[in-house]
Design a protein around this ligand. Structure first.
Ligand code: PLP
Length: 230
């Protein structure tokens, strides 16, 4: 199947998952995760209507950025080192992987320096996996509150990378937990109405994530096929 065919079929699955739970399909943003893929593949997805692309490496965003149309929204979804924030601060639409106060502080400082505002999500390691980045469930509120008070940052919600699984239903509990956390935290933060985005769900489990309230799904393999690691 072509990239275009894959996009059509993923979008159809998204629409059906929304219909099952009485949601409007426009409430879910499909992010095409293009890491390791050549610019020609991204161009194909772009021509099929895709405008949101996800990358997990600073270098890859920098390499691809100038070679593709400027109306693309670049989503940084991978672990971000503080010393690299300055390279992408004026290129990314949203940083999904904010997992420490130090990183939030640096993003704020660089955004102010570049006279811009960057959308961020707080990454939460809901399943408490040792191999994963993200703040713990119990520390997420503190980080959220801290980031909300920083200039140059718009805190839009939460993100999680659920465990690898062959049965998507086993991840349902983590999506439910992140949505509950988000509701609890935002309730306490009366002056901020922006924290409603939930970036959760990947190729193996995005339909379950949507059933549990995801507003942004990050789909790589399901659109571009298996990754070519060099
Ligand atoms: C690679 C990646 C994805 C996409 O994974 P697929 O299983 O290929 O859909 C989503 N989120 C993050 C953070 C990733 O690194």
């Amino acid at each position: 199947m072509s990239i275009k065919d894959n996009l059509v079929s993923v979008q159809k699955n998204i629409n059906e998952a929304c219909a099952r739970t009485g949601r409007d399909s426009s409430s879910v943003c499909l992010i095409a995760v293009s890491k390791t893929k050549p610019v020609s593949d991204l161009k194909e997805a772009y021509d099929a209507g895709c405008r949101d692309f996800g990358e997990n490496k600073v270098q890859e965003i920098m390499d691809k950025y100038d070679k593709l149309p400027s109306d693309i929204r670049w989503h940084m979804i991978g672990h971000l080192q503080t010393n690299k924030v300055k390279y992408i601060i004026d290129k990314v639409y949203m940083i999904h992987s904010v997992d420490s106060i130090k990183l939030a502080d640096v993003i704020s400082k660089e955004a102010v320096k570049h006279n811009t505002t960057v959308k961020i999500l707080i990454e939460v390691n809901v399943a408490d996996e040792e191999s994963k980045f993200g703040t713990g469930l119990s520390e997420a509120g503190l980080l959220y509150d801290h980031a909300c008070d920083l200039p140059g940052i718009e805190v839009c919600g939460f993100m999680t990378v659920a465990p690898y699984t062959v049965d998507a239903n086993t991840n349902r509990q983590y999506f439910v937990a992140l949505r509950r956390l988000s509701v609890d935290i935002i309730k306490q933060k009366k002056d901020n109405g922006n924290g409603t985005q939930l970036s959760m769900g990947m190729t193996g489990d995005y339909e379950v994530a949507i059933e549990e309230g995801s507003t942004m799904v990050r789909v790589g393999t399901g659109i571009f096929g298996a990754r070519n690691y060099i």
